[in-house]
Design a protein around this ligand. Sequence first.
Ligand SMILES: Cc1ncc(C[n+]2csc(CCOP(=O)(O)OP(=O)(O)O)c2C)c(N)n1
Ligand SMILES: [Mg+2]
Length: 595
Amino acid sequence: MDASPYGFKSLPRHQPPIAGVTGSVEETVDDQPAYALDTRALQERRAADERFPFNAGHLMARAFQRLGTTHLFTLSGGHIFPFFDGCVAAGIRIIDHRHEEAATHAAEAWAKLTREPGVASVTAGPGVTNATTALAAATFNRSPLVVVGGRAPDYRWGQGSLQEYEHIPLMQAVTKKAVTVHDADRTHIAAIDLWHESLAGAPGATFMDVPMDVQVTGVDQSAVEWPEPPPAADGIDPDLVRRAAEMIRGAERPVVISGTGVYWHHGEESLRRLAEVAGLPVYMNGLGRGTLPADHPNAFSRSRSAALKRADVVILLGTPLDFRLNFGQSPLLPDHYKLVRIDATEADLNKNRTADVGIAGNIGQALQLLADAVGGDGADARGARREELRGMEQASAEQDRALLESDADPIHPMRVYGELLKVLDRDAVVIGDGGDFVSYAGKLVPTFVPGSFIDPGPFGGLGMGPSSAIAARLARPDKQVVLILGDGAFGFAGMEFDTMVRHRLPVVAVMGNNNAWGLEKHPMENLFGWSVAADLNPNARYDKVVEALGGHGEHVTKPGDIAAALKRAFDSGLPALVNIACDPTIAYPRSANLA
Ligand SMILES: Cc1ncc(C[n+]2csc(CCOP(=O)(O)OP(=O)(O)O)c2C)c(N)n1
Ligand SMILES: [Mg+2]
């Protein structure tokens, strides 16, 4: 097809070159009409057609656009056509997926990447029920999300229309707030309200559905009033900050844990200042990864258990005392330690263990005040402890070296990381979706930029990877996007490689294929001496599935071939899957308590 009038031919594929690789990233693959991918072109095309004048569907789309939404993650259905129409009119790009769960996961990932609420839309009935898992994940993980559901028409409600289903009770269980909008003149108010609600206090998912007949009801644009944004939350109590600073000053072996809340509240700069002034070792979890760059002198990871075991003061920032921290108890933590806790809400402060000093509110603001107040007392004395911890980190990294370079055949999963780390950019977005194979990424892939390591979060659901990679490619168009994938995980959302191909969103997926649900198979064998429901097809050619969808596939069985396959995948400029046959007998050495 010739170049379109909208210049789609010149849209880049957006995969940045990797070191040592030449070739144009401007090359295009245009066999689709321009309006399928170019929001502006679609908007122009739509403007020429006035079959549906301004209506309630348009009004809510306009509200999202005013709030800053640029992308809508969705899967089609007639119950949301008017909202689609409104999004097109408002210039919001529509990314249509192959499953509503994936579309909603993409919206969550968008939120994680941008620190703004993600927006998804799903059709009535099964569209909404399919989104449920991703909504629960977002709420559990504290990711702000607004999902707009279609809904059978009000005028026939109760008579058994197609896909007629009362979503709200189900949605109330998995969101912070779920409402039905029956008033055509108020769809924008609901959208704005849910947007702010998704961010307020503990962030999470929100849901609104709008009956079809309400969506198509005409609205007088000139009469629309836009509400004022809500007032800022209360400030931080300076007395609590003073007490926290005192406690930190008196600590000999303090440990900071920086979690997801620090990222949401833009606390990274103040965290750095606090750590540097007071000489604190900082460990990160969840989206807190990268709130200090992994190579910052105060950033630590591998010595966490040793540090916590002897901690006298733990400074817990924006993260719960959940399974990742053994619920705040021994043996991970000592029997006696002082706890300084800063989190979004009062309810967070005493969960699982009472805080000695607890500060609720904006974590970024609290950290800023704490960094100002803490002073350098005791920082030098803590230097020796930091040296000790650094020594442990170096020894542990040294131990990994042999496996990162292993020539073992079948391939040791660590060797895959050995090769990947050589080509990974400092600011690459890395997404993990899988079990054991992804656990290695958590340990081996350093995060230098906040919001660039995306995993299922503490909800732990498989299947969020491909659509999160889609969101990453859209949110960070000039960065590398690498999806670390298990062969089991691929099955949940493998069809999203089709979404990548249709929307020209190249990412490189690296699969550690061990023919199994490895993270289940090995623990079950340890517990029972045998396993069931744990094996997958040996050597399944998932790379060919991706090829069949129009992407690039690589199949690797020898350690020496990994590097070249990765290079070809990055070079291809297509959504790519590098399917690497790994040794099925190797289990990730795990100690965490998952209960
Ligand atoms: C939606 C969902 N279903 C089931 C699980 C339980 N689970 C956790 S890890 C895992 C195995 C993952 O297998 P794979 O993606 O192949 O990675 P591997 O452990 O083999 O490296 C399973 C089934 C889960 N976390 N999420
Ligand atoms: Mg597996």
